[in-house]
Ligand binder design. Structure first.
Ligand code: SF4
Length: 75
């Protein structure tokens, strides 16, 4: 049986593009890698559960800190 080697470094998440600023993105980490999951995929099959990164065009992107309903916009 082979001896276990040194622990592998965790691969960082590649540049995520739009997902990096999207409120529907969820970062998941495993011992060997990091994944980005799109929560929109839970309700809409048009969105990939694990989108190929970087995402450069997405109609579902919503900024993480966008004003929600009932929040007045500055004029
Ligand atoms: S909605 Fe689009 S931008 Fe937002 S997490 Fe999903 S794939 Fe990324």
């Amino acid at each position: 049986m082979a001896e276990p080697g040194p622990p592998r470094p965790v691969r960082p998440l590649p540049p995520a593009g739009l997902c990096a600023t999207c409120r529907h993105a969820e970062r998941l980490a495993s011992p060997r890698s990091t994944f980005l999951r799109c929560r929109r995929a839970d309700a809409d099959p048009a969105y990939p559960r694990y989108p190929p990164l970087p995402v450069t065009n997405c109609p579902g992107h919503e900024a993480e800190h966008a004003a929600g309903p009932g929040v007045e916009s500055a004029r």
